[in-house]
Design a protein around this ligand. Structure first.
Ligand code: ATP
Ligand code: MG
Length: 322
């Protein structure tokens, strides 16, 4: 399958009064058409910065972003409009991402106007259709965002993202601000839309367990770098990176069977260091129980532990080299 999105050695640094924040520090991955790639990591690991750079809110510091093979690592104003239309985003907080001074109808119509899709009547019909798609009543057209519940607002945000018939949708923690019951409903809806419209999703979350049934592949980020990338099931059956194991061991489980699959001990220790002065060598070594001498000195390279399963960790690099 062809990749719809290719990220190559992407860096996004922010120069601040505290120093240079290495929010995204040379990451590479591909997203295939119709695929969901989970981007998982703790707060501050660089997930949103990656998303905002792909959508064009930030220009990359270096590296390339290709969409359908076309270079889009240019300022967003220079991106072709047809490409802008094809990439949409849903933000974490539907409370702030919807303009409080507009009605739901106006909010859903705006992307159609911006991209000059249809005449007034066409747009009106499309707005009603979009509301129906996310199972909201037609008369919500006249409502303001504050009259809706959190889950409903997020459905509007999803409908707005789908308005321009995108090919790639970036979901930045789309359900983490919502009640668990609504989360499941929204996830199911997103999966239905993906099947119906062959959408590709870059699904950002701090919740690795959520990815098990949602993502085809998952990339784990830590301090601006990817440390493991593999098919979603691999993370639960064959996790390699000590950081992945740490994340897995902190997931609450319900059944004994699941408990057995979990890595033995909880290895969580210490805080995430600052991305202004990230530790040399492996970014994770300051919190890693399995570190050895080389970990604080050399950045680990990529190791292919099996087909489609990549790990950046000295433990396995050594094994591979024999
Ligand atoms: N515009 C900015 N200016 C300066 N620093 C920034 C900016 N945006 C993000 N950062 C910093 O970059 C790092 C990565 O932030 P980012 O928001 O990408 O993390 P995240 O993985 O999305 O975290 P969260 O789970 O909290 O949303 C953080 O240290 C953050 O403080
Ligand atoms: Mg974020």
């Amino acid at each position: 399958m062809e990749p719809i999105l290719e990220i190559k050695d992407l860096k996004k640094y922010f120069v601040t009064s505290r120093g240079t924040v290495r929010a995204v520090d040379e990451i590479s991955f591909e997203l295939l058409r119709g695929e969901t790639l989970g981007l998982v990591g703790e707060s501050g690991s660089g997930k949103s910065t990656t998303a905002y750079t792909v959508i064009g809110i930030y220009a990359p510091t270096s590296g390339k972003i290709l969409f359908r093979g076309q270079d889009i690592s240019v300022p967003v104003s220079k991106r072709p409009k047809t490409l802008k239309r094809a990439i949409q985003i849903v933000f974490q907080d539907p409370g702030t991402s919807l303009n409080p001074r507009r009605t739901i109808g106006q909010i859903l119509e705006l992307p159609l106007k911006v991209h000059r899709i249809g005449d007034r009547n066409d747009r009106r019909r499309r707005v009603v259709e979009l509301l129906r798609m996310v199972e909201l009543p037609e008369d919500y057209i006249y409502k303001a965002p504050h009259m809706l519940g959190g889950g409903e607002r997020q459905m509007v945000a999803i409908a707005r993202a789908l308005a321009t018939e995108p090919e790639l949708v970036i979901l930045d923690e789309p359900t983490s601000a919502l009640d668990v019951s609504i989360q499941a409903k929204i996830i199911n809806m997103l999966l239905d839309f993906q099947r119906e419209m062959n959408l590709s999703y870059l699904f950002i979350t701090h919740d690795l367990s959520l990815m098990r049934n949602v993502a085809h592949r998952v990339a784990i980020m830590y301090l601006g770098k990817i440390c493991e990338l593999a098919p979603a099931v691999e993370f639960f059956e064959n996790p390699y990176h000590p950081y992945t194991k740490m994340l897995l061991s902190s997931i609450p489980v319900v059944s004994e069977e699941e408990e057995k699959m979990k890595p033995e001990k909880i290895i969580s220790q210490g805080e995430i260091p600052s991305p202004v002065n990230p530790p040399p060598g492996c970014r994770f070594h300051t919190r890693c129980t399995e570190r050895n001498g080389i970990c604080s000195q050399e950045l680990p390279g990529m190791v292919r532990v099996r087909e489609g399963h990549l790990v950046w960790c000295h433990l396995f690099g050594k094994k591979e080299e024999g």
